[in-house]
Design a protein around this ligand. Structure first.
Ligand SMILES: [Zn+2]
Length: 166
């Protein structure tokens, strides 16, 4: 299975994503025949690496690229966490046009998803260790560390820090 997955995917050098070149579903997720049924390519990749996925666990993308099957870009979450993540993304998409150029009314510590303080977010931004080490230290998800670093979470903080440097 692993060889099949590797053969039918291609590394994107700009993003580091390993994009699936085979069949996809309507949402863009890769599909592969396991011998018995069609399965998600990214879930198949996860299983090659870590074994079978427990019931109720979703395999999610840190890179938000549904075609990606790069093991380093995948993380597991309960369905509940995954739904919440989707919910926030959808809200952001809907809200973006309305609130163009204005700070979000809930941001940083007041935001329900954020489990860290502003001070910690600043520390995480300044920390250049691998994301998984940082995540372990603060007890947060790796995707949140990535989120903080690429400005998806606490984006205003990152923008502020960069402005401070000038
Ligand atoms: Zn990726």
């Amino acid at each position: 299975m692993r060889q099949k997955l590797l053969d039918r995917s291609e590394i994107m050098w700009d993003t580091g994503c390993r994009e699936w070149k085979g069949a996809k579903n309507e949402s863009g997720y890769g599909r592969i025949w396991s011998g018995e049924r069609l399965v998600y390519a990214h879930r198949a990749m996860w299983e090659c690496e870590y074994g079978s996925i427990p019931l109720g666990i979703s395999i999610c993308h840190q890179c938000d690229n549904p075609r990606c099957i790069e093991i380093d870009h995948l993380f597991c979450a309960t369905h509940q966490e995954n739904m919440r993540d989707c919910d926030v993304k959808r809200r952001r998409k809907n809200g973006a046009a309305k609130m163009r150029g204005q700070p979000s009314p809930v941001r940083g510590e007041k935001h329900g998803l954020v489990k860290i303080t502003e001070t910690q977010a600043r520390e995480i931004l300044a920390d250049d260790r691998p994301a998984k080490d940082v995540a372990a230290q603060y007890g947060i998800s790796v995707s949140l560390v990535y989120g903080i670093r690429n400005g998806r979470n606490w984006g205003w903080l990152k923008a502020g820090l960069e402005a401070d440097q000038f």
